[in-house]
Design a protein around this ligand. Sequence first.
Ligand code: TYD
Length: 204
Amino acid sequence: MTASGKFITLEGVDGAGKSTHLDFVADWLRRQGHEVIITREPGGTPLGETLRELLLHQEMDADTELLLMFAARQEHLARLILPALARGAWVVSDRFTDASYAYQCGGRGIAAERVAALEAWVQRGFQPGLTLLFDVPPAVAEARRSAARTADRFEREADSFFSRVRTAYLERAQADPGRIRVLDARHSIAELQAEIGQLLQELA
Ligand code: TYD
C-alpha cells in the first residue's frame, strides 16, 4: 500500500496519560504545514464508534472482543486512515494494533498468532510510521485511573491485568525499536513534549 502522508499512533496502559499529548502531536505537525487528522481506536468511523460503545460497556467473550476490535479497525483503515494518507494528510491515532497485542494477548491471554493473523488480513503489511508508547509503573497508572471519571470495562480490570498489558507493550517495543519509541510518562508534560518534538523531527 502506498501512502504519502504518515501514520502516527499513541499507546500505553489506561492512566499513562497519552491522550494529553494527542493535540500536541497534531499541532506540532500542523506547524510543519501538514494536514492532520486526529482519530482513535476503537472508533474513528460511525460504525467504529458504535462498536466502541459495545466494546467498552458490553460483557463479551475475549475472542469476540478481539474480532470486534479488528472489525472496527478494518472500517477505520478502509474509510478514514488509508484515504487520508493517500491524499497526503497525516493521521494521528489514539491507539491501534499494538493495543490488541497488549490488551487482548497480554491482558486477556489470547495467542499472539491470532492477532497476527487478523493483522495480516486487515493491514496487509501496513504499519504506523511511528508509535509513541507512554510507559508508567503500574502504581502511577492506577492512581491516574482512579482519579478519572467513571471506569469502562477495561478500566475496571485488576492491577495484574494492567501489569501484563504493560509488559506486552514493552515487549513489542523491544521487538520493533525503530517504530515504537518508549517515553517515560512520569516525566513532566513539558519534558515529554520536548522528547516528542525530537521524535517527530526525525520523521517529518
Ligand atoms: P482508551 O484510549 O483508553 O479510551 P479513553 O481514554 O477514552 O478511556 O481506549 C479504550 C480501551 O480500549 C482501552 O482500555 C484499551 C482498549 N483497547 C483494546 O483492548 N484493544 C485494542 O485493540 C484497542 C484499540 C483498544
